[in-house]
Design a binder for this molecule. Sequence first.
Ligand code: IMP
Length: 175
Amino acid sequence: MEYRILKKISEETISKKVEEIAQNISSDYKDKEPVLIGILNGCFIFMADLIRKISIPLELDFVRLASYGSNSASSGRIRLTKDVELLIRGKPVIIVEDIVDTGLTLSYLIKHIEKKAPESIKVCTLINKVERRYKEVVIDYQGFDLKEGFLVGYGLDYGENYRYLPYILSLKIED
Ligand code: IMP
């Protein structure tokens, strides 16, 4: 694969941003016990760091969604391959996503979770690619707003590679 590195987001910068999000969630939900629902696989490192920085009790679950298409672009056809297992009826839910890109994955999941009648649904994403939005979605907590490049590291992959990097690289893929 040919690529150019456009930008690096360091471990320290990520950690500060995750801390900021965690503080906001802790104060917004201080008398509640939210259920955080992560979208696998990309969110796993972000989720692990986030929940250890949140200072209130919470519950945790994961879903998995598959989308058909190439490595670096969402194709828009989505299906759920692992559902929420906790009972979320009447509970405040926070969906935790790695990247909101076109918004298709998230809007599909929100519709699915709404059917389970939670008290509320909010969305937390590490990265918001707001300029690429195709389906409008409300983001309540976000880390970084990025415009260009394909992101890898800190749980994010390119064809299942690079998830292990402790920092994030924004790549211009040239193949
Ligand atoms: P959406 O449905 O287009 O919003 O796509 C969201 C999903 O696409 C994310 O959860 C990621 O798994 C994947 N994705 C989108 N952009 C990137 C990227 O730059 N790097 C890695 N994965 C990405």
